[in-house]
Design a protein around this ligand. Structure first.
Ligand code: MN
Length: 197
């Protein structure tokens, strides 16, 4: 897919006269440290949008239950349209009636490292994405450690988000339940809803 066509679906879904979501554009230069963001999104169904910077855009998945620290737990991750990098800064309220209307919180953010290897050789993020097998080490405010995103079957669209085994894995800690405020502004969902931005 050409760089220009990546965000076409993002623009098509949104009326920027109505929503305060960023217009953004594709970043042409490579970041030294790619960024990630996890946005808690109270749309008709609450979910966590997991986004990784890959080739100038935020590749995105909607994770209904959010990430788990337990390597035994596989969380469904449904791919959604590429978002502009500027979207990582977005916290606020998407008007109802717009696609995905509802409050958006920056639940976690930070940088990540691509740790995917095959036969000892590093694999680029875009190749990992195309192959449906991504491994990243997150340096977030809440989440630290290695996570895998794996496409269940190449002929299916769903992926799984799984904590990889490392010192940061934990069978009982549940940051989704224990860390419910914005990683950026320390606000609750209700405060963001009231303040609207
Ligand atoms: Mn969403």
């Amino acid at each position: 897919m050409s760089a220009e066509s990546k965000l076409r679906q993002y623009y098509r879904k949104r009326d920027f006269k109505k929503t305060s979501e960023p217009k953004g554009k594709i970043k042409k230069t490579k970041s030294k440290q790619p960024i990630f963001v996890i946005q808690k999104h109270a749309a008709s169904h609450l979910h966590y949008d997991f986004r990784l910077e890959i080739e100038g855009v935020l590749k995105s998945w909607a994770v209904p239950k959010g990430p788990s620290l337990d390597p035994k737990i596989k969380r469904l991750a449904i791919p959604t349209e590429d978002h502009p990098l500027e979207y990582a800064q977005f916290e606020g309220v998407i008007p109802q009636g717009e696609y995905g209307g509802g409050t958006v919180m920056i639940w976690d953010y930070g940088t990540f490292e691509n740790i995917k290897k095959h036969n000892g050789k590093k694999i680029s993020l875009s190749d990992s994405y195309d192959k449906g097998s991504i491994e990243v080490f997150l340096h977030g405010k809440k989440l630290v450690g290695a996570f895998a995103l794996i496409k269940t079957r190449m002929d299916k669209k769903d992926w799984l988000l799984i904590k990889m085994r490392d010192d940061f894995a934990h069978a009982t800690k549940n940051p989704i339940k224990s860390k419910t405020k914005s990683a950026k502004t320390d606000r609750t969902m209700l405060q963001i809803t009231k303040e609207k931005s």
